[in-house]
Design a protein. Structure first.
Length: 89
C-alpha cells in the first residue's frame, strides 16, 4: 500500500479516485466535453497507478507534478486549470 506525504507532513492512503476527480474537474473547467474529460481522467489515472507502482511513499507535490506533466501532453487547457486550482482553493 502506498501512502501520500501531504504538504503538512501527515500520511494519507493513495486514492486513485482523487486523481481521477481532480483531472475530470480540470477538464470540465476548461470546457472539455464529458466524454473526453472521462477519457483523459482515465488515462492520467492509469499512468499515475503505474508510476506509483509499489512505492511505499510519494509526496503530494510529486503527484501534483506528475499529473501536471501527464495532463500537459493530453490537454493543455485542463493542465492549466489543474495547476492553478491550488492557487484559488
Amino acid at each position: 500500500m502506498t501512502h501520500i506525504v501531504k504538504r503538512r507532513g501527515h500520511l494519507q492512503e493513495f486514492d486513485e479516485r482523487k486523481i481521477y476527480g481532480s483531472v475530470y474537474a480540470a477538464c470540465l473547467a476548461s470546457h472539455t466535453d464529458e466524454e473526453m474529460a472521462e477519457a483523459t481522467a482515465n488515462l492520467v489515472t492509469k499512468e499515475m497507478k503505474k508510476w506509483v507502482g509499489d512505492k511505499n511513499q510519494v509526496t503530494s507535490q510529486e503527484i501534483f507534478e506528475k499529473v501536471s506533466d501527464e495532463l500537459e501532453h493530453l490537454n493543455k487547457e485542463a493542465a492549466f486549470m489543474y495547476k492553478t486550482h491550488r492557487d484559488v482553493s
